[in-house]
Write a protein that binds this ligand. Structure first.
Ligand code: HAM
Length: 421
């Protein structure tokens, strides 16, 4: 006790961190490329924000939040997702007044008290975007295009984009009634959780993984068949846009999402490579949320990607991020240390990664270390070289050596380590 991480919380060790950084870097590049601007959000919010935003009857709010009460008796929770916080920040900072369209993105840890299993953690990471200000399908398309390019740039294969429309306040109530009627007739075939959901959140029954429930709801009515004209037209334009931009997708009328704020377009990206926890991203439109949380009536759409799962896929596929070219300076004797440290600074400033050797050790020992640090080139600098203003560059793979003036080491390295700059 006390010396182990909490269940579902974990260390990401240096060997794996470069993949995480690659996901973050790609997200930043792609999201900023689409005109999204970063927002840094608090990790903790008043619990009320999530219960109102995500929905009182969702699994997240009912049983998955890490909440505490402060000394004034106020309930606060670690954020289980980013959307509610972005909306709060959007309202609190009157962003609508500055620009009728706001494009924001975030990265960072989220916290849900779920049962940990492969691909499911209690602290996990998301990168996500939220776009505010237009109810029109072009913004759905932009967000989907951004999501797809992100995955393409990362090079993760085998992903499937599934989309659905879950209607709006105009058409959902009638559908809900039809669904409740259907489910009530099959109450005996449903698991106890789903029986409870009939009265609280019937659409979630469509998402149940229990075999008996899946059988019972095989012919359940789906929202797609009950869309009003405005929602149907909106969805057709989104689909037409996906078709013409060449983003592959399939229609899945069973997507309902686990959070209550969605309207119209809802989507998920799944993979077959991860077992039960197969969703790597999810999102959709949420036109009523800003108003629900006390802001001006502002339509919005966004997504979040589960970074832990994307990294697991990258590992499985053997996707290694490009490493910074590494060099090592073997320092032969204390007298060469000053010059070696100066050279190291210069090379690092030029974009290389350079580790300094221990001048107390001999050349053989330092070459061994150089190998261990993953260096492809070892720069050998001793008193003799120093006196002549040169350094020796040793190719670690072939053992070939060449001598060059200290001032030209960076240029020579660039030739030997083309990826380093
Ligand atoms: P979500 O579907 O709850 O949506 O989460 C998005 C992604 O986060 C999931 O597809 C999954 O990859 C990852 N994820 C969720 N829970 C865990 C967990 N316990 N362990 C590991 N990964 C997990 C949202 O959070 C919405 N805020 C998305 C959104 C943004 N909708 C509109 N804008």
């Amino acid at each position: 006790m006390g010396t182990k991480a909490i269940k579902g919380f974990r260390d990401i060790l240096p060997d794996n961190v470069s993949r995480w950084q690659q996901v973050d870097r790609t997200a930043r590049e792609v999201f900023e490329g689409f005109g999204y601007r970063a927002i840094l959000l608090p990790y903790m919010e008043f619990t009320k924000l999530f219960s109102r935003g995500i929905g009182q009857d969702t699994d997240i709010v009912e049983k998955e939040m890490y909440s505490l009460t402060d000394s004034k008796g106020r309930s606060m929770s670690l954020r289980p997702e980013g959307t509610a916080s972005v909306v709060r920040a959007y309202i609190q900072n009157a962003m609508h007044a500055k620009d009728s369209l706001a494009r924001l993105y975030y990265t960072g840890p989220m916290f849900r008290h779920e049962r940990p299993q492969k691909g499911r953690f209690r602290q996990f990471y998301q990168v996500g975007v939220e776009a505010f200000g237009s109810p029109d399908p072009w913004l759905d398309l932009e967000v989907l295009s951004c999501l797809w390019l992100f995955f393409e740039k990362l090079g993760v294969p085998g992903l499937e984009l599934e989309i659905n429309s879950i209607g709006d306040a105009a058409c959902r109530p009638a559908y809900r009634q039809a669904l409740v009627a259907f489910l009530s007739e099959r109450r005996d075939e449903l698991c106890s959780e789903c029986v409870r959901r009939i009265g609280t959140n019937p659409m979630r029954v469509l998402d149940c993984k229990v075999e008996g429930c899946r059988k019972a709801i095989r012919d359940a009515p789906v929202m797609l068949d009950h869309l009003c004209d405005a929602c149907r037209e909106h969805f057709e334009i989104v689909r037409g846009g996906l078709d013409s931009t060449g983003i592959p997708y399939s229609l899945n009328p069973r997507i309902v999402r686990g959070l209550d704020y969605y309207t119209r377009t809802a989507f998920e990206v799944t993979t077959k490579g991860l077992g039960a926890q197969n969703a790597v991203a999810g999102g959709g439109r949420y036109d009523d949320l800003v108003k629900l949380l006390g802001g001006p009536d502002t339509p919005a759409v966004g997504f979040a990607v589960g970074v832990d799962r994307v990294v697991a896929l990258m590992e499985g596929e053997g996707i290694e991020p490009p490493e910074r070219a590494r060099a090592y300076i073997a320092v032969l004797g204390e007298a060469a240390l000053g010059a070696a440290a100066r050279l190291q600074r210069k090379l690092i400033a030029s974009g290389f990664s350079v580790v300094l050797g221990d001048p107390g050790k001999g050349l053989r020992a330092q070459l061994k270390r150089a190998d261990k640090t993953g260096a492809s080139v070892c720069i050998i600098l001793g008193e003799d070289e120093l006196a002549r203003g040169v350094a020796v560059l040793r190719d670690m793979a072939s053992g070939e050596q060449l001598e060059t003036e200290v001032d030209t080491v960076a240029d020579k390295l660039r030739g030997l380590l083309p990826e380093g700059t």
